[in-house]
Structures are given as C-alpha cells and as structure tokens.
Design a protein around this ligand. Structure first.
Ligand code: FES
Length: 142
C-alpha cells in the first residue's frame, strides 16, 4: 500500500488568517475508494488529524477520528475503505460510514457521523477551506 501523504505538522495558521488556503495534496493522488490522504491542521491551537478520500469522482475530507472512541479510522496509514471501496471502516471496532456523508451506518456509533472538513479542488490540488471561525459546528470540543 502506498502512503500518499502524511503531513507531520500543522498547516500554517498565519496562512489561513491571511486568507491563503493551504494545499493538502494533489487531487490525482486519490483514486475512488482507494487509499486516503492523511493530513494535519491546527484549529484553536490544537493539532487535528484529517483524511481526504475520493469517492464517485468527488473528494471528501473528514476529521480522522471515529465518533465511537475518537481513534483514527485507518488500519494502515490512509487505508480507510473496506474491501469493496464503498464504505469507510473504523479499524478499531469496525463501524462503517458512508463516504459521501460520513454517517455511521453500522457499528457501535451507528447514527452518529464523522466530522466533515471543508475542502475544494483547485488547479488539481486539494485545498483546505476549514476554518473554525466560520465553521464552529465542526469543533471537536462539541
Ligand atoms: S472506535 Fe471506531 S468503532 Fe469503536
């Protein structure tokens, strides 16, 4: 399995404050239902882990934290899809999530959901648009 991207530091908050949206990685590195792209960013001085995935031609990103026990989803770095490539799976207890919505459809956290991270694709790059100041509902403190 190929590790696509693993940022080891926070995406630069001064860039966010200056209105510059950080690049997570190249869009072409993601394949539908394939290995996800891990990244980290800072929110309220807290380093958060995220994962970007591709599904049915679209890119989605979530905080890489299972709503059951807050563990990372992947069983190997970036490996979050099940063998069918249709669902995201938590490696700890096997909860399954819809890739488009992050909603848990089976497992101990059924009915809850992953926290979405706002991203966009510009010039073939995945861009982080998440900003706690504009998106307080995704705060991990809630
Ligand atoms: S930690 Fe994910 S299902 Fe339990």
């Amino acid at each position: 399995m190929m590790l696509l991207n693993w940022r080891t530091g926070c995406i630069n908050m001064p860039d966010l404050e200056a209105g510059i949206n950080p690049i997570i990685g190249p869009r072409d590195a993601l394949q539908n239902g394939g290995t996800g792209m891990r990244f980290q960013w800072c929110r309220l001085n807290q380093t958060l882990n995220g994962i970007a995935i591709a599904f049915e031609g679209q890119v989605y990103a979530y905080q890489n934290a299972c709503p059951h026990r807050d563990t990372e989803l992947d069983w190997q770095p970036g490996e979050v899809f099940d063998e069918t490539g249709l669902y995201l799976v938590c490696a700890t207890h096997g909860a399954m999530f819809e890739p488009k919505t992050g909603v848990c459809i089976s497992g101990p956290c059924r009915g809850s959901h992953l926290l979405a991270v706002t991203v966009a694709v510009e010039s073939r790059q995945i861009i982080l648009l998440d900003d706690i100041r504009k998106n307080p509902d995704t705060s991990p403190e809630k």
